[in-house]
Design a protein around this ligand. Structure first.
Ligand SMILES: C[S@@+](CC[C@H](N)C(=O)[O-])C[C@H]1O[C@@H](n2cnc3c(N)ncnc32)[C@H](O)[C@@H]1O
Length: 330
């Protein structure tokens, strides 16, 4: 099935649920994928507003433990308010790429959930600078406590670098033209507002895709670059694998073809590699650490009707194998 590689979230004609309210995507499928054990230890690395975390916690018994992370301070503040009196929950502000540095994960994990991308509150709160639908500071950082924001990136990056970001993360065919215009204009007027950047892109690109704002691709690409989203995903998957117990599950929801590809390849690369002659029995040259559980899953028609923001979601589930397992090669 072909999926749009560009998230439709920012500036969609039909934003779906109420502004600022995050409706969890593929909720049942993602939690079922974890095969939750009531006394298990789970990590939700992308708390957001806790839709998945709440469902996960409801499947845990008194001995279960739920670890929550998010790099957005506002998401963590919401988690701390919600779970102030919940002894089964531990909370940490940070990038899931560093989950193995959290001592709470040292005891091993029975499941890791990642629901990638941005939350509705991030998109809908204009001041965060993710959306071109309202004029606001050009920030786009999920973690507002550190790092370079989008305005700073556009003020310092070369034309070539901006072109590559727009193409690689947004498949923006007119990326070079947009980058050239940004670099030509920025000395006279630095790009500090979302409205300013959206207007420039519209001027350069024109209205070419019906129903889609001309800045959709560029805003998505900048967001992915500013937040280092693909690097975080690679590091987070590796860290999760080191902490998963045998039989533990990964349940990962992606919204972009590059993310989904990274997840798919990660699972495949850790499923062991076949070596040996064509006639002889297959031999695992690299020990298998993971096996895919089922195929990629997509939102149901009903979910898509109720929540258009689920449109490009893809869920993949994998299970950690016991050491020495030959995976699916036998
Ligand atoms: C799609 S939302 C998650 C929504 C959540 N599952 C819910 O039901 O409310 C993605 C969240 O992940 C966070 N996030 C994205 N990348 C992250 C990373 N590398 N480390 C930690 N949090 C991240 C974002 O700040 C955002 O709050």
């Amino acid at each position: 099935m072909r999926r749009d590689s560009v998230e439709p979230e920012c500036g969609m004609a039909n934003p779906g649920p109420r502004q600022g309210q995050h409706v969890p995507v593929m909720l049942r499928e993602a939690i079922d994928g974890l095969a939750v054990r009531p006394d298990g230890r789970y990590l939700d690395g992308t708390f957001g507003r806790g839709g998945h975390a709440r469902a996960l916690l409801s499947r845990l018994g008194p001995q279960g433990r739920l670890l929550l992370m998010d790099r957005d301070p506002a998401a963590i503040a919401a988690a701390r308010t919600e779970y102030a009196d919940e002894p089964r929950v531990a909370i940490r502000h940070g990038n899931f790429a560093s989950l193995a540095e959290w001592d709470e994960t040292a005891a091993g994990l029975d499941g890791v959930l990642l629901d990638l991308g941005v939350s509705s509150p991030q998109l809908d709160e204009a001041e965060r600078g993710f959306s071109f639908m309202a004029d606001a500071p050009l920030d786009m950082r999920m973690d507002t406590s550190q790092g370079q924001n989008a305005a700073e990136f556009l003020a310092t990056a070369s034309e070539q670098e901006i072109t590559e970001v727009l193409w690689q993360f947004g498949e923006e065919r007119l990326g070079r033209r947009i980058a050239r215009a940004i670099v030509a204009d920025r000395d006279a007027t630095p790009f500090t507002r979302t409205g300013q950047l959206a207007a420039l892109i519209e001027r350069v690109v024109g209205r070419r895709e019906p129903g889609k704002h001309p800045a959709t691709r560029s805003f998505q690409a900048l967001r992915i670059r500013v937040n280092g989203e693909l690097d975080a995903l690679h590091a987070g998957l590796g860290a999760a694998l080191t902490r998963l117990n045998a039989g533990g599950r990964l349940s990962i929801i992606s919204f972009h073809s590059l993310e989904d590809r990274a997840v798919k390849l990660f699972i495949r690369d850790h499923a062991g590699r076949v070596q040996g002659s064509r006639r002889g029995p297959p031999v695992a040259a690299v020990a298998a650490q993971l096996k895919a559980v089922g195929k990629a899953q997509f939102p149901s028609v009903d979910e898509l009707a109720a929540n258009p923001r689920a449109r490009s979601a893809v869920l993949r589930v994998a299970e950690k194998l016991p050491a020495g397992d030959a995976g699916d090669l036998r």
